[in-house]
Design a protein around this ligand. Sequence first.
Ligand code: AMP
Ligand code: MG
Length: 317
Amino acid sequence: MKNSYSNIFNFNKKILHKIIVNLKKGNVVGLPTETVYGLAGNAYMSESINKIYKFKNRPKRNPLIIHYFNYKRAEQDVIMNKNFYKLYKKFCPGPITFILKRKKKSKVKFSATANLNSVAIRFPNHRVMNSLLKNIEFPLAMPSANKSSRVSPVSAKNVADEFQKKIKMIIDGGKANLGIESTVIDLTGHPKILRPGLITPENINQVLKIKLNIINNNRTSKSPGLLSKHYSPGIPVIINQKNCKKNCALITFGKKYKNKKNFYNLSRTSNLKEAASKLYEIFRKIKKDRYKKIYVVKIPNKGIGIAINDRLKRASN
Ligand code: AMP
Ligand code: MG
């Protein structure tokens, strides 16, 4: 069936060719990944980087994640180390971003990395990204395809709704099945988690077998982009609640909550992975259903719950 958005396309060989032509020209394209949808541009071209920041209205001090097909392709831009290889082997392609030192001869534009001497790299696990990255000789700078500080998109329609016709090409790769942004880990020194995600501190500890640092101070100069206000659905979010009035929406978790019109359950079976995948979708649904405030029950702060609480906390700021 043809969709009603003239800028959303299904992926095929002809479209792949069109995407490549656009990226080479310095244009940006909306692309699916397993985490959330991204706004992609050629990481070796200033023009593309400028467009990404402009469209998103993103502060220039917030660096972008650079996406590669595999580690071989990233070797020319960053200095890899033992911890990186261990984690890569276990989790890639997948929802984890590594901060590594920049190589002197790196071609990644400094404007894409907020002039830092480090680069954030990721290897996405999605068939569209896979075919595309395999067929281009440059990596993609790609933040989530939403305006800065807003909720990340989990479908092609979410992207189209956010930017209207400004983005000429958005590729439909189905619902982003993980639904929450990658874990960000700084490997330039002793490993530090800068942003929690689906790959949890325990998962990482099992591989590295060290005591991991987890940063929850937003103003760390190491990760200038981790703004305290983020992931905002555009209406107030109040966390750690037990109930709410009829005119507000309550985001619930677990089977003890009834099926009420204004209750939105993240996971009836208390599955944190399911909850993470539904969070942004539910934010959008509540707004569409015209509630003016979102209350959220307490979510267990362990494993993937740490990532969910991180997003909820920022959304409530
Ligand atoms: P986003 O693109 O919004 O999903 O976020 C990516 C996050 O990764 C940014 O907000 C930064 O905090 C972090 N990041 C990206 N590049 C770097 C870098 N070179 N050094 C430290 N943190 C980075
Ligand atoms: Mg983002």
